[in-house]
Write a protein that binds this ligand. Structure first.
Ligand code: FMN
Length: 215
C-alpha cells in the first residue's frame, strides 16, 4: 500500500520564522504517523498571491485551462490526502500569501462548481499562529471568525467535510495583551530558560493538535 500524502503549506516570508519552524514540527509528526510529506513553502517557491487574468474564473467555462503554475498546485492538492496550511494570523485573517493561494488555485471547476467535488474525501487542518494570548478580549471571536471562514467558507464549501481550525496563542517572544478598552500592551521579551520553555510549549501544542486531528 502506498503511503498517504500530507501537503503542508507554509505561508511565511522568513525561512527562520516560528511559522516555518512549526511547519517542520508538524511535518515531522505526520511523517512519524506514516505520511509522505509534500512541504509547500509558498514564499520559498516564489508563489505570487496576486490574481491574474489567466487564473480568474470564467463562470461560463468550468473547464478553463488555468496557468501552468496554478495547474501544478492543483496536482499537488489532488495528490494529498491531508492538507495542512500553517500560517501567521494577520488582522484576524490568513495572510495575503495564503489567501492568494486559495484565490488562484482553489478555483472554479476545480475546487468548486462541480456536482462531484474533486477535493471531497480529503482532510484538512488549518493551523494558525497568533500573537494574542488566549485570555485576550478578542480571542474567542477571532477563533470563531477563522473557523467560519476557513472551515465552513473554504473547506466545507469545497467538499472537505473533515476539517478543523486551530490557533496557537502567544506566538511572540513577549506577551501581548489587548484589554477591554482596546489598549495594546507589550510585555518584556522572554529570555533564557523562560524563552526556551515558551517555544517548547508552542511546539507541544502544535503536535497535540496534529495528534487530535489524526485521531
Ligand atoms: C501584519 C500583522 C498582523 C497581525 N495581526 C494579528 C492579529 O490580528 N491577531 C493576532 O493575534 N496576532 C496578529 N499578529 C501577530 C502574528 O500573528 C505573529 O506575529 C505571528 O504569528 C508570529 O509568528 P512568526 O514569528 O512566524 O511571524 C499580526 C502580525 C502582523 C505582522
Amino acid at each position: 500500500m502506498t503511503a498517504k500524502t500530507a501537503l503542508v503549506v507554509v505561508s511565511h516570508h522568513r525561512a527562520d520564522s516560528l511559522t516555518a519552524h512549526i511547519g517542520d514540527v508538524v511535518a515531522a509528526r505526520l511523517k512519524e504517523a506514516g505520511y509522505a510529506i509534500d512541504l509547500l513553502n509558498l514564499h520559498a517557491e516564489g508563489f505570487d498571491p496576486r490574481m491574474t487574468v489567466e487564473d480568474q474564473p470564467d463562470w461560463d467555462d468550468r473547464d478553463k485551462a488555468y496557468s501552468p503554475e496554478t495547474r501544478a498546485h492543483m496536482e499537488r492538492l489532488l495528490a494529498a490526502d491531508v492538507i495542512l496550511p500553517v500560517f501567521p494570523v494577520y488582522w484576524n485573517s490568513p495572510p495575503a500569501l495564503l489567501k492568494g493561494w486559495i484565490d488562484r488555485v482553489w478555483n472554479y471547476g476545480f475546487a468548486y462548481g462541480r456536482s462531484k467535488p474533486k477535493l471531497a474525501g480529503k482532510r484538512m487542518l488549518w493551523l494558525g499562529l497568533a500573537g494574542a494570548a488566549e485570555g485576550d478580549e478578542y480571542w474567542a471571536w477571532m477563533k470563531e471568525n477563522l473557523d467560519r471562514v476557513l472551515r465552513d467558507g473554504i473547506s466545507f464549501y469545497t467538499g472537505i467535510t473533515d476539517a478543523a481550525v486551530e490557533v496557537l496563542p502567544d506566538a511572540e517572544g513577549e506577551p501581548q495583551i489587548v484589554d477591554a478598552e482596546g489598549n495594546f500592551t507589550k510585555g518584556e521579551a522572554l529570555t533564557g530558560e523562560q524563552r526556551t520553555a515558551h517555544y517548547a510549549a508552542i511546539d507541544r501544542l502544535a503536535v497535540e493538535h496534529v495528534e487530535k486531528f489524526l485521531g
